[in-house]
Design a protein around this ligand. Structure first.
Ligand SMILES: Cc1cc2nc3c(=O)[nH]c(=O)nc-3n(C[C@H](O)[C@H](O)[C@H](O)COP(=O)(O)OP(=O)(O)OC[C@H]3O[C@@H](n4cnc5c(N)ncnc54)[C@H](O)[C@@H]3O)c2cc1C
Length: 321
């Protein structure tokens, strides 16, 4: 331990984390947000039409506006990736990839969901050089090229349609086999210039400075082949990347953090909110509400730690004390 000390360190800078920061800092807590970006999944939503009180807003705009609100009450931000969590007595330490360690009396885990990756050689090295996890963000960078969309389902079809609309030739790489006919696939994906590649797993992404090709393995024949492409869009959905807190708080079978209705995890002093939790509904307004709950609970926890009155006089009872 020995890093900078805060009342609360929040991991994640989207609906849940930013709302937690707003509530925590407004309660007078010395608040730090450690986040890889502002907006997370929310930034990928071009139009949010179901956030109460706002008819329509771009996800990123909503996130930035909550961030400004939180900053107005004194919340601080560090752009980094949290990679470890430890406890010594009443203090927690969150360690990061680049900027070191931050100490706090409470931690709010609000790091949402992250796109699933292929975990194959070449993938990490070529991110931003042809490998993308967000067709909505990066499709405009590809025009009249050959691209592969890896995945199946709604997300993948949307990506194929979008990429096709920029004049690209799109290979839809699917590890299984669709029950749809070729015609139905063409209709789903918006028309011509789409090649369906079933029963195929990506083994490697090749390229020096940019993606050049992908190596595929056919699940039926075991045959390997190389497909020349300029881009790879991994559209396999999202997952809670909770490996780094696995030994610290209880997770459910989906790897999500188990919380109670006060946002408490299995470890006193550590709270969680948003899509990273076992809440079944993954929506912006719900993540934001959970962020508010976690921050109020963190405040009450600290008050109790300091022997001061909690915001609710029955907080002790809620804690079972
Ligand atoms: C394309 C799309 C459209 C959507 N449309 C809607 C909609 O119309 N209406 C609606 O209500 N919801 C919508 N959603 C869902 C909504 O975006 C999510 O429910 C909401 O963003 C969840 O917020 P969150 O704060 O829990 O996590 P996320 O938005 O997933 O954000 C997680 C944050 O944590 C950060 N992070 C992750 N790991 C770490 C780490 N180890 N260290 C530091 N920081 C980390 C990320 O950088 C990010 O800032 C949509 C989602 C997508 C993908």
């Amino acid at each position: 331990m020995g890093g900078k000390a805060y009342d609360t360190v929040i991991v994640g800078g989207s609906a849940a984390g930013l709302t937690a920061a707003l509530y925590a800092s407004r309660q007078g807590l010395k608040t730090l947000v450690i986040t890889k970006d502002i907006g997370g999944q929310l930034a990928l939503a071009p139009q949010i039409e179901n956030y109460p009180g706002i008819k329509a807003v771009a996800g990123l705009e909503l996130a930035q506006s909550i961030k400004e609100q939180a900053e107005g009450f004194g919340a601080e931000f560090v752009y980094d990736e949290a990679v470890g969590l430890s406890q010594a007595g009443d203090a927690f330490a969150v360690s990061t990839k680049v900027s070191g360690e931050y100490e706090a009396l409470t931690v709010i885990l609000a790091f949402g969901k992250t796109p699933k990756s292929l975990e194959v050689p070449g993938e990490d090295r070529l991110v931003g050089r042809g490998v993308s996890y967000c067709a909505i963000c990066d499709a405009p960078l590809f025009r009249q090229k050959r691209v592969a969309v890896v995945g199946w389902g709604d997300h993948a079809f949307k990506a194929v349609k979008l990429l096709r609309s920029y004049g690209n030739k799109v290979y839809m790489v699917h590890r299984g086999e669709a029950k749809l006919t070729d015609e139905e696939i063409l209709r789903e994906s918006g028309g011509m210039n789409v090649v369906y590649v079933p029963n195929s797993t990506v083994l490697e992404i090749k390229g020096d400075t940019r993606v050049r090709s992908i190596v595929l393995k056919n699940a039926k024949t075991g045959e390997e082949s190389e497909l020349e492409v300029d881009g790879v869009f991994v559209e396999m959905g999202y997952t809670a990347k909770t490996g780094w807190v696995r030994d610290f708080v209880q997770l459910n079978e989906n790897g999500e953090i188990v919380t109670d209705k006060l946002g408490r995890t299995s470890r006193p002093g550590v709270f969680a909110a948003g899509d990273v939790t076992d809440m079944v509904y993954k929506q912006t307004v719900i993540a934001a509400a959970q962020g508010a709950i976690a921050a109020l609970s963190a405040y009450n926890y600290i008050q109790q730690l300091k022997g001061l009155p909690a915001r609710r006089s029955d907080w002790g009872k809620l804690l079972g004390k």
